[in-house]
Design a protein around this ligand. Structure first.
Ligand code: GDP
Length: 426
C-alpha cells in the first residue's frame, strides 16, 4: 500500500511530524521531489532534528529510506545530514539512492546565488540551494544522473566540458565572475561518486518488488500545493512538482498504486518567501502568532527567516487539497491557537467586487481581498488531550467548520510537536 504525505498550503504544515509518526507503521519512506531547500522539524526520543534531504523514516531502524529519481540530490549535504543524525545516537539508517536521481552540481548553487543577486529587489526569495538551475538543467538534458558519475573518464570529461561551455558563458558575461575549471568540476564529481557509491541502486525496481510483497510505502512531500510550479502561485513557486501524483514519477512507481493521500494543513497560515498570501496578517497580531507558532516560533527550518503569518485560508486549502487529490487531511499546530478570543477563517476572495470560493490564477490572486468568518476561541490549553471528545466545544467547532470548508475529512488533529501528540478522529 502506498500513501503520500503532502502539504496543502505553502509548506511548513508539519508534514515531518506526521511522516515521522506514520513511518512507525511503514516499511519504506521515499522522498520524491525537491532538495535541501526546505526542512522538516521532527521531535522524537532522540531530540529535535531539522531534516532537509533525508527522508523522515531515518529514525526507525527497520525502515528503508529512499531518495527517489525526482529529487535534487546534493550529495555532500545528504551525507553530512546522515552523519549528523548518526552522531546524535540514531542507528545507521538504511538509505538507498536512485541511480536515476540527478546530482546537484556546485555550479547550480553558484548560479542560483548569482541570479538572486542580479535580480536584487525582484528576486524569487530563493534559498540559494541551486534548485531552479538544477531542474532547468535536468529538463534541458544537461544534468548528471547519479549513474553517470560511474561513466568512463573520457566520456564524463567530454560532458563536463560541454556543459561548462554553456555555464561559463553565463558566469563570465552575465554575472561577471570567474569561469569554472573543468579539472575542478571533475575532481568534485569523483568525490561525489565515492561518497554516494554505497547507497546507489535501482530504487524503482526495489519499490516494484516491495509493492508486490505488500509493503507499506510512504511518499514524503516537500513544500505544498501552492508552491507547485503548475498549480501554485507561479512564479513564486518551487521548481519541481509538489503534488502527490508526482510522487509516482519521482519515486518510479505506477500512479494507480497511491491509495491514500494525506494533505497536511496547519490550523493557521504561514509562508516563507515572496508571493501572494491573501489571509496574511501584520503587526503585533502577526508577531504574537509567529512567536507562539510551531514548536519554537515560526522561523524557517532552512534559513531561519521569520515566516509570514495569516489566518486559516479555506479557499487556498480546499484548492490545495483538491490538487493533491487528498483522501484525508491532518490538521496540525492547533494547540497554538488557544490564546485567541476569536479566530478568523478566510472563506472567500473578493476580486473586482465579486466574491469567489475558487482559488484563482496569480494575475487575479494579486487583486484578491479576504472575506472572513469569525469563530469563538476556546481560550485554553489543549496539549495533553488525547481524545477528540475531550477538546473544548469551540475547538471542535473550529475543526468541523474547517472540515466542511475544505471538503476533505480531517482524520488527525495534531495538538503538540511531539510524535505522540496526535488525536485520531476516525
Ligand atoms: P514541514 O516542513 O511541513 O514538516 O513543517 P516544519 O517542520 O517546517 O514546520 C512545522 C513546525 O511545527 C515544526 O516546528 C514542528 O515541530 C511544529 N509542529 C508540528 N506539529 C505541531 C503541533 O501540532 N503543535 C505544535 N505546537 N507544533 C507543531
Amino acid at each position: 500500500m502506498v500513501r503520500a504525505v503532502v502539504g496543502a498550503n505553502w509548506g511548513d504544515e508539519g508534514k515531518g511530524k506526521i511522516t515521522d509518526m506514520l513511518a512507525e507503521n511503514s516499511d519504506i519512506v521515499v522522498r520524491f521531489q525537491g532538495g535541501s531547500n526546505a526542512g522538516h522539524t521532527i521531535i522524537n526520543d532522540y531530540g529535535k532534528f531539522a531534516l532537509h534531504l533525508l527522508p523522515s523514516g531515518v529514525f526507525h531502524e527497520n525502515i528503508y529510506n529512499i531518495i527517489g529519481n525526482g529529487v535534487a540530490l546534493n550529495i555532500p549535504y545528504l551525507l553530512k545530514e546522515l552523519n549528523d543524525v548518526v552522531s546524535r545516537g540514531v542507528k545507521q539508517p538504511h538509505l538507498l539512492v536512485s541511480d536515476r536521481a540527478q546530482v546537484m552540481m556546485p555550479y547550480h548553487i553558484l548560479l542560483d546565488t548569482y541570479e538572486e543577486e542580479r535580480l536584487a529587489g525582484h528576486s524569487f526569495g530563493s534559498t540559494r540551494s541551486g534548485i531552479a538551475p538544477f531542474y532547468s538543467d535536468k529538463y534541458a538534458k544537461i544534468g548528471f544522473q547519479v549513474n553517470e558519475l560511474f561513466e568512463d573518464e573520457d566520456d564524463l570529461r567530454a560532458k563536463v566540458e560541454n556543459v561548462l561551455a554553456i555555464k561559463n558563458t553565463l558566469i563570465v558575461n552575465l554575472y561577471h565572475k570567474d569561469p569554472l575549471d573543468p579539472d575542478e568540476v571533475m575532481k568534485e564529481l569523483h568525490e561525489y561518486r565515492d561518497m554516494i557509491e554505497p547507497y546507489v541502486c535501482d530504487t524503482s525496481a526495489f519499490l516494484h518488488e516491495a509493492i508486490k510483497n505488500n509493503k507499506t510505502i510512504l511518499l514524503e512531500g516537500q513544500l505544498g500545493s501552492l508552491k507547485d510550479p503548475d498549480f501554485g502561485i507561479y512564479p513564486m513557486v518551487t521548481s519541481s512538482p509538489t503534488v502527490a501524483s508526482y510522487g509516482a514519477i519521482g519515486a518510479g512507481i505506477p500512479g494507480y498504486e497511491i491509495k491514500d493521500v494525506i494533505a497536511v494543513t496547519k490550523a493557521y497560515s504561514s509562508a516563507v518567501g515572496a508571493g501572494e498570501f491573501v489571509s496574511e496578517i501584520f503587526g503585533e497580531e502577526a508577531d504574537e502568532l509567529r512567536r507562539r507558532g510551531g514548536d519554537a516560533g515560526e522561523f524557517g527550518a532552512t534559513t531561519g527567516r521569520p515566516r509570514r503569518m495569516g489566518w486559516f485560508d479555506a479557499v487556498a486549502t480546499r484548492y490545495g487539497c483538491r490538487v493533491q487529490g487528498a483522501t484525508e487531511a491532518a490538521l496540525t499546530v492547533l494547540d497554538v491557537l488557544g490564546y485567541l478570543d476569536e479566530l478568523k477563517v478566510c472563506v472567500g476572495y473578493e476580486i473586482d467586487g465579486k466574491v469567489t470560493r475558487d482559488f484563482p490564477v496569480t494575475r487575479l490572486l494579486k487583486k484578491a481581498k479576504p472575506v472572513y468568518k469569525t469563530l469563538p476561541g476556546w481560550k485554553s490549553e489543549i496539549r495533553g488531550i488525547t481524545r477528540y471528545e475531550d477538546l473544548p466545544v469551540e475547538c471542535r467547532d473550529y475543526i468541523d467548520f474547517i472540515e466542511k470548508e475544505i471538503e476533505v475529512p480531517i482524520t488527525m488533529v495534531s495538538n503538540g510537536p511531539k510524535r505522540n501528540e496526535i488525536i485520531r478522529r476516525r
